[in-house]
Design a protein around this ligand. Structure first.
Ligand code: ZN
Length: 411
């Protein structure tokens, strides 16, 4: 599937440091090290039944910082993202609003691409749709079947979490918490006939009125976890560097995707990293609560997408926080100030700014610290009357390139 056009990324005068990232499985900051090959990243994409909201944007911008930090450290980056273009929420929404599910998926995926392009998020090398990837899932099911990790309940096929001795090591959750989240997030712990209530569906047999594809298990469609597991392994290979997504994917989604890979005899990600949740009006943004703030709605209201991006970057990617309209207005003012500072013929020395910003981003993507460093330079540049003595003619251009390459903000 096509992704979206890549923005230009300016080359910087110095190379950034190696990147460290918080790994949820080990509960510590770890180096994103690897061999001489590319750093590899898989980020779980959208289910295209609704427009991109700020919670989504927060996650994709966070991993865009990682992508950029790796590029700035001199690494090639292999980035893969999926789009779950067939799944229960999409089919339910299509039926509810009376549109064809494929048309709904295409329309919302197009909107998502436009939002990502406007936010200057670097596109994945491979943007893989679930429907086009169905042969990969069938291959992986065959491997899991050969490993005795699958069983049937009526015509549906389940994965046995008991087939993976490492099950639970990604989320580090106790079983009662797993059971609660599994029930909340699309699982079916109470279905009669399952070996373990936590076993996830990997192939859902065809139901009347639902799309289906042929398979050795009969016509049906894939479960969500096997989708990401198979796509990541196919396009990035076993032991890829980072699995990313929102913190609501820690369990069951990332645990199950890793578990499918382990049971199939493959390593999965080396590092599991999650973005925090964004609230609005006192609650996590969610469709059921109706408190979503859509990126496209802000863009249609003539808001500069760079102000949206800056407002997101003022929060550390792992923190949970609440969106307020004031933050957006502040970001609009800040951008105006930054643009004024870089347009001056001279400014405060920019060399230390480059080094400090790259260092902050390499340290678990500390964007708030990086933004504060740029802000200090802007204030030093705008607020002094000693420009004539100390100004550096190229400082504005250096900061402009830095803010673009490292933070993804085009001034
Ligand atoms: Zn996923």
């Amino acid at each position: 599937m096509r992704a979206w056009p890549a923005p230009d990324v300016p080359a910087l005068p110095i190379q950034g440091p190696e990147v460290s990232l918080y790994d949820h499985a080990r509960d510590e900051l770890v180096a994103t090290e690897g061999g001489p090959g590319p750093r590899s990243l898989y980020v779980c994409g959208i289910t295209p039944y609704d427009a991109t909201h700020l919670g989504h944007a927060n996650t994709f911008v966070a991993f865009d910082l990682l992508h950029r930090a790796w590029l700035n450290a001199g690494h090639e980056v292999a980035y893969v993202q999926n789009v779950t273009d067939v799944d229960d929420p999409l089919l339910e929404r299509a039926e509810k609003v009376g549109v064809d599910w494929t048309a709904l998926a295409e329309r919302e995926t197009d909107l998502y691409r436009a939002d990502m392009e406007a936010l200057r998020v670097l596109p994945p090398r491979e943007y893989a749709g679930a429907v086009e990837s169905i042969p990969l899932f069938i291959d992986m099911l065959a491997t899991l079947d050969a490993a005795d990790a699958l069983y049937r309940v009526e015509d549906d096929v389940y994965f046995s979490v008991g087939a993976d001795p490492r099950f639970g090591t990604e989320s580090r959750m106790a079983r009662p918490e797993m059971l609660e989240l599994f029930a909340e997030r699309g699982g079916d712990p109470d279905r009669v006939g399952k070996k373990d209530p936590l076993d996830p569906l990997v192939w859902r047999a065809e139901r009347p009125g639902e799309p289906s594809w042929p398979s050795p298990y009969g016509p049906g469609r894939p479960g969500w976890h096997i989708e990401c597991s198979a796509i990541a392994l196919c396009h990035l290979g076993a032991g890829f560097t980072v699995q990313g997504g929102g913190s609501d994917l820690i369990f069951p989604h990332h645990e199950m995707s890793a578990s499918h890979a382990h049971a199939a005899g493959s390593e999965f990600a080396r590092i599991y990293t999650h973005g925090g949740m964004v609230a609005y009006d006192g609650h996590k943004m969610s469709k059921s609560r109706g408190n979503l703030v859509f990126v496209s709605a802000l863009r249609n209201g003539d808001i500069d997408p760079m102000a949206i991006r800056l407002a997101l970057l003022r929060h550390h990617y792992r923190s949970d926080w609440e969106w307020t309209d004031d933050q957006l207005f502040d970001a609009v003012d800040t951008l105006a100030q930054w643009r004024k500072a870089i347009a001056l013929r001279g400014g405060a020395p920019a060399g230390p700014v480059t080094e400090t910003v790259l260092g902050a981003l390499a340290d678990d993507l500390n964007a708030p610290r990086a933004v504060a460093v740029v802000q200090a330079w802007v204030e030093a540049t705008l607020g002094t009357d000693h420009l004539a003595e100390t100004s550096h003619n190229d400082a504005g251009a250096v900061v402009e390139a830095l803010v673009d390459a490292a933070l993804g903000i085009k001034l």
